[in-house]
Design a protein around this ligand. Structure first.
Ligand SMILES: Nc1ncnc2c1ncn2[C@@H]1O[C@H](COP(=O)(O)OP(=O)(O)OP(=O)(O)O)[C@@H](O)[C@H]1O
Ligand SMILES: [Mg+2]
Length: 166
């Protein structure tokens, strides 16, 4: 199901995902449209599907290798048509965020996809695509909050591709 609500900074888009494959597919649509400087901020409980979605983003960027979240790596670089910086803040304390030098990636030459992005709110720019993944029934609910025109456009494209179910 895809549903649009009004939201002061853009229109919220909700997509129900019944499988990891579908979440991956949604990620691929994002990755295919991604441009340098894009920032995808993911929030969601343990095991909700953040890495799964980023795997799709990677594929959409033409990245062949798989995307994993090894516990000891905070930032992984994947080379595609644009570099993808996969940032996983699970093991980082909010107070440590400023010491990581993430600005180099956020304002760099690639696309950033950040797990547990809420921890980095103090250093993130306004313009980001926030994606919340929650458990719903046996699947997941993906809620997209576009902050800024750029991400509203991405979601407009998404709406053309993803079937809307009422
Ligand atoms: N609709 C769905 N979308 C995504 N993952 C799903 C879905 N249904 C079941 N799963 C399963 O949920 C798990 C999601 O794992 P994933 O590593 O992507 O989550 P995560 O949010 O990155 O976890 P962590 O918080 O540990 O980083 C996988 O085992 C996947 O198969
Ligand atoms: Mg993960």
């Amino acid at each position: 199901m895809a549903k649009i609500d009004s939201f002061s900074e853009g229109k919220i888009l909700r997509i129900e995902s019944v499988s990891p494959q579908y979440t991956h597919f949604i990620g691929r649509i994002l990755g295919a449209q991604a441009e340098r400087g894009d920032i995808f901020c993911l929030e969601g409980e343990l095991g909700s599907g953040k890495t799964c979605l980023i795997g799709g983003i990677a594929e959409g960027l033409g990245i062949k290798e798989g995307v994993f979240s090894p516990s000891f790596i905070i930032i992984a670089l994947h080379k595609g048509r644009i570099p993808l910086f996969h940032i996983d803040l699970y093991r980082v304390e909010e107070e440590e965020i400023r010491e990581l030098g993430l600005e180099e990636y956020l304002y760099g030459e690639g696309v950033c996809a950040i797990e547990w992005a809420e921890k980095a709110k103090s250093i993130l720019p306004f313009s980001c695509l926030w994606i919340n993944i929650s458990y719903e029934h046996s699947g997941r609910l993906l809620t997209f909050y576009p902050k800024g025109q750029r991400y509203q456009e991405i979601l407009e494209e998404m709406k053309k591709i993803v079937s809307v179910r009422n």
